[in-house]
Design a binder for this molecule. Sequence first.
Ligand code: PMP
Length: 416
Amino acid sequence: MAEDRRGAILRLASWTRSDNPITRHMVGVQPPDSINLAGGLPAPELFPVEEVRAATDRALRRFGPRALAYGPVAGLPELRALLARRFSRPGRRLGPENVVVTSGGLQALDFLGRALLERGDAILAQFPTYLGAIDAWKPAHPRHLALDWDAAPDAQQAAMQAAKFTYCVPNFSNPTGELVPLPRRRALLAAARAARALLVEDDPYGALYYDGSPLPTLFDLEAGDGGEGPYRGNVLHLGTLSKSIGPGLRIGWAVGDAAVVDAICMAKQGSDIGTSSFVQAVALELLEAGVDHAVHDRMIETYRARRDALVAAAQEHLSRRFVFEAPVGGMFLWLRARDPALDTGTLWPVAMAEGVSYAPSAVFDASGALHDCLRLNFTLNPEPRLVEGARRLARAVERHLQQPPAASGSSEDKPG
Ligand code: PMP
């Protein structure tokens, strides 16, 4: 498509043909009065602006010119050391060699793909799959295998061995908001160990539990039998400051086996040489001052109330057409159409015309086939906007169902 538009000047790589505009829409300027339920965006009024201002001042005093210089590819040593301490457990002591600081958590997924994937390699991934991960891995044209949590141990091990790595988001998956229960976590970890497979645990939402107590992560479960030597586990654990402080910092990390960390650094060297020294210095000051913990309680209260409001509004306005479960945490409500013929891709422009946006399910499926679900975000907007968004979406669905089906069914009309 893009090739046709720009003709002979741009000879785009073939992966760009599967581009989708959803992420750009989600983080871009919205039409006036449109309600954005599409993005995985935090509430900007919770960003600790004053604390970041003070941390910036301290960082510049502390690091001086170092804050404006190139730094080591793997990250500011002080920040790596702090993260290593944070993720150490009895029986699993991590050192800085187990940590790489990345420009957002998504960069770790990108670099993992660059370092590990040959064209056509397989990835075993939780399905539906985080859109950013699908986008990041596109240049390698991977084959996507869907992770089956209930597979028998032998089958699970075989699936893991057939893939370069296994990818999952056990805490409030994006897009479904699903919380993977403890027995499934244990079983997956056991299979990864038996298969000697790399298990990538992406955990941007782990602090966002609104009900019940947090489950141990795969990385936590792995602690305890590592002895005193260097960490050599199967799990690569990814985190970010995007949900706990603010995504504009673009600070994330990958923590795991030093060889895997090193592979990520290899790709990082050829990309940005290192995450911004300046922002890393600020992030270090923020974490040392416990700013992420200080904003946590207010964040949970705000998001829990918003979750409740959207779930109630969905119950009232959308349950005639969709089924869903209230998520226990995270940022998303996932709805499945009662009528499997409903196409949330062709619904999307109708919803936009009604003044509401959402993320259609096709973008969370590398094959683009999953068409009867949609994802709503509940963290960005205050309660009245969420309720109005659900009303607008319900109106859009009814209008869409009254439209005659498109003659060609062209996928180019769809947003993903
Ligand atoms: N993984 C998942 C599952 C996500 O939902 C996100 C954010 N949307 C990220 C990684 C990365 O976020 P960031 O790059 O802002 O750290």
